[in-house]
Design a protein around this ligand. Structure first.
Ligand SMILES: CC(C)c1onc(-c2c(Cl)cccc2Cl)c1COc1ccc(-c2ccc3c(C(=O)O)csc3c2)cc1
Length: 229
């Protein structure tokens, strides 16, 4: 069913996914620092900045990514960062073992000066990801598929990206059949989450604008990747 090449692909992606994580000293702060809207926003900004750095390193390990046009690599990273971070924070929030981060992270996101209208769709998404009980491989490959989305702004060689994404979609389809035999619709449900991610991405652009109008500051890396300021 899964070919030797596809197994190697899964291993490469999973190794990269597990190797590149936010350093403990950054995530530990989420547990330590006191609560206030300002402090929460600052902490989330620090964690998001660290997550973007992790994302850049992870992306370099996606087979075929570095052979894409250089400008397309940047366009894919800029276009997928928010969605990859929604996926990553969703996986953290839906973890079973209480890493302590879960309640704290949720609390800090809820009290970071974000307007109410984004909370509902965001936490519905977090809940829907939690209900899927994705395996590590599925999480890593779904993140890869999100990054390899061909129709991001400014992507020139659409076909080259599409070919890479299709390879990963086929791997994910086979994995879902193998790992969720009792749920024939599981693969379709995972792809449905990608659609929800696009909607959240639009909400996020408005979140940034409202944070900016309330004079919230971002780091240079976030400003660059999100084209703010
Ligand atoms: C600039 C900032 C205010 C912001 O703007 N939009 C969003 C934002 C929000 Cl509020 C929600 C979803 C996406 C984004 Cl970009 C954010 C915060 O983004 C985050 C990015 C990443 C994590 C995140 C990742 C991994 C882990 C791990 C782990 O790996 O062990 C343990 S704790 C944790 C925390 C949280 C928040």
């Amino acid at each position: 069913e899964i070919t030797k090449e596809q197994r190697a692909l899964i291993k490469a992606i999973l190794d990269a996914y597990n190797r590149h994580q936010i350093p403990q000293d950054v995530t530990k702060k989420l547990l330590q620092e006191q609560y206030s809207a300002e402090e929460n926003f600052l902490l989330l900004t620090e964690v998001a900045t660290s997550q973007v750095q992790v994302l850049v390193e992870f992306t370099k390990n996606i087979p075929g990514f570095l052979s894409l046009d250089r400008e397309d690599q940047i366009a894919l990273l800029k276009g997928s960062a928010v969605e990859a971070m929604f996926l990553r924070s969703a996986q953290v929030l839906s973890k079973k073992m209480p890493s302590g981060h879960i309640e704290v992270l949720e609390e800090r996101i809820r009290k970071s000066g974000m307007s109410e209208e984004f909370m509902t769709p965001m936490f519905n998404f977090y809940k829907s990801i939690g209900e899927l009980h994705m395996t590590q491989e599925e999480q890593a490959i779904l993140t890869t598929i999100t990054i390899l989305t061909p129709d991001r702004p400014y992507v020139k060689s659409h076909e080259a990206v599409e070919r890479l994404q299709e390879t990963m979609l086929e791997v994910l389809r086979k994995l879902c059949v193998l790992q969720h035999p009792q749920e024939p619709q599981y693969f379709a449900r995972l792809l449905g989450r990608l659609t929800e991610l696009r909607t959240l991405h639009h909400y996020h652009a408005e979140m940034l604008t409202s944070w900016k109008t309330n004079d919230h500051k971002f780091t240079p890396l976030l400003c660059e990747i999100w084209d703010v300021q």
